[in-house]
Write a protein that binds this ligand. Sequence first.
Ligand code: FE2
Length: 148
Amino acid sequence: MARVLPFEERELLVAAAWLHDIGYAAELTDTGLHPLDGARYLLRAGISPRVCGLVAHHSGASAVAEVTGMADQLAEFPDERGRLRDALWYSDMTTSPDGHSITVEARLAEIRQRRGPEDPVVRALDINVDERLAAVRRVHRLLRRTYS
Ligand SMILES: [Fe+2]
């Protein structure tokens, strides 16, 4: 699906997609906000700041930071808008935890069921579910245009 992007952004998408959840690694956990912990680690490791920003803000992380009181810390990283960000969110929001393609609706239901109503990610859906769905819709349109 990277083909919906300009050539120079395709590798960035693939890198961000591979790395976006690296902050879940126990040895990297600091704040507990995995997008932030992952992005800080990647920045220290010399990864492109653009990839770090994509990781920091993937799939509605800013709303999670808001409900957990970490918005100021997450703001250390720029939140770019546009196709590259949408493509990363789309990839995350249409892939099950075991790596299968699923609809965004199934993914959202899976997140709610697996995490439970008190989890900050689920509470953040009240703030960002529309933004997540909009990103997926935009990429669906791009995919249709690219492959029709
Ligand atoms: Fe994540």
